[in-house]
Design a binder for this molecule. Structure first.
Ligand code: MRU
Length: 412
């Protein structure tokens, strides 16, 4: 019942799974719990101190949940938006009497949800897929008297399939990513590699397993992972609050660093820790391979290139936007100033234990300072070695260009 975390400077830290800190959260690590007509979403603002699910039953509640980042991560955002509308349809929110009215109702709810966050393309791709699915049902359904119901049922089934498919997708990304890295480094049980990841791309950002963190999980399961490093990921701290929580939960040997320590880590420990890759997720990969991901990703790509470390993007094909040619076309979300000037966390008692019942919001900067807070940056494709999808790893050709025809032949 114990977890061991290796701390490079001080040996191993030992945690008991019966500590109150873990016991509330250990039951399960699922961001999204769904059964037809009911959607529960883990409030990630309260993690890792509290494990609380909100019931999300309407588009408005989903919009608020996504905008406030109680749920975040490109795939999870799309899944929650799609399923929240499925729940409200299941519960009789659509008063349309004709198929045309039903389609207009669904379109308007989806167009509203589309505005919740602007950068991750998974939500936009899910909306296109759902609109197509209900139109296919309309063509079949118009011929019989239950046409409207056929449309609503088609929506619910298509939304549920997005959830189910995401888990299969993530497991495949894990397998393809681990296989690619194994081949690059001739990794084996006797020759393991260490990796660094940024932000949170795990079970909390998806329906389960995760994308970049899914590759790390698979490397660990296959006995090929020496050590995982995760960055704090300022300002929202997805790395320290969420990824470190997932790594501890999985018993993966891991160490947390601040974003500003990556260069020192590579300089000092690249060789003795055999650091082979930076593995990150994506909010949007565009046609030439430029990738928008959590702010701080671009600087890691520059550092990785300088130190001869592979830079790997893990992205389901639902995160690929072939309509946008280059990263210059990606809208980057800017968030509120308080994310930089204030921080929230649980209260630490005088003896060093964490009081999980109390959270505090603390000012950490002069509240009058000007603030620039972009949530994402764009890593140029030139700095990316591989983009790992559920259909395989895509690498650049001799012309230095990514070509997604092998993984998305129908849209390339
Ligand atoms: O602002 P967030 O937390 O939604 O940003 C999340 C990321 O940048 C992730 O890396 C990305 O969405 C991929 S999650 C599998």
């Amino acid at each position: 019942d114990r977890l061991y975390l290796q701390d490079l400077t001080r040996g191993f830290n030992r945690f008991s799974l019966s500590d109150p800190f873990f016991s509330s959260a250990m039951a399960t690590l699922e961001a999204i719990k769904y059964s037809r007509g009911k959607l529960l979403v883990l409030d990630q603002l309260r993690l890792p101190h509290e494990h609380h699910y909100d019931e999300v039953s309407t588009s408005e509640e989903a919009f608020d949940c996504i905008r406030s980042m109680r749920v975040r991560g490109a795939p999870a955002i799309a899944i929650v938006a799609a399923l929240a509308h499925a729940v409200e349809l299941q519960n009789g929110s659509c008063t349309a009497t004709t198929p045309e009215e039903a389609l207009a109702h669904i379109d308007s709810r989806l167009d509203y949800l589309r505005e919740s966050r602007p950068t991750a393309v998974d939500l936009f791709n899910a909306i296109t897929l759902l609109k197509t699915a209900v139109r296919a049902a309309e063509i079949k359904g118009l011929a019989h008297p239950e046409a409207k119901d056929a449309i609503l049922t088609a929506y619910i089934k298509a939304a549920e399939e997005i959830l189910a498919k995401d888990l299969r997708t993530n497991t495949s990304i894990g397998a393809h990513g681990a296989a690619w890295l194994k081949q690059q480094y001739n990794a084996s049980l006797d020759h393991k590699i260490s990796v660094l990841t940024h932000c949170n791309t795990g079970s909390l950002a998806t329906s389960g397993h995760g994308t970049a963190l899914g590759i790390i999980r698979t490397l660990h399961t296959d006995g090929l992972l020496k050590h995982a490093y995760c960055t704090e990921t300022r300002p929202y701290n997805q790395g320290s609050r969420l990824t470190s929580f997932e790594l501890v939960y999985e018993g993966i040997p891991s160490t947390l660093i601040t974003d500003s320590m990556a260069c020192a880590l590579f300089g000092l420990h690249r060789e003795n820790m055999n650091i082979g890759a930076v593995i990150v997720g994506a909010d949007r990969v565009v046609r030439n391979g430029d990738t928008a991901n959590k702010i701080g990703t671009y600087q890691l790509a520059v550092l990785a290139r300088h130190h001869g470390i592979k830079f790997v993007v893990a992205a389901p094909t639902t995160s690929i936007d072939l309509e946008t040619e280059t990263g210059a076309g990606i809208k980057i979300e800017e968030r509120k100033r308080e994310e930089l000037t204030q921080i929230s966390g649980a209260v630490v008692n005088a003896d060093g234990s964490v009081d999980t019942t109390k959270t505090a919001r603390v000012a950490i900067a002069d509240q009058r300072i000007g603030v620039w807070n972009p949530a994402f940056d764009v890593t140029p494709h030139a700095l990316i070695d591989a983009i790992v999808t559920e259909k395989g790893a895509v690498v650049k050709g001799a012309d230095g260009k990514f070509n997604f025809s092998q993984v998305m032949p129908e849209r390339w």
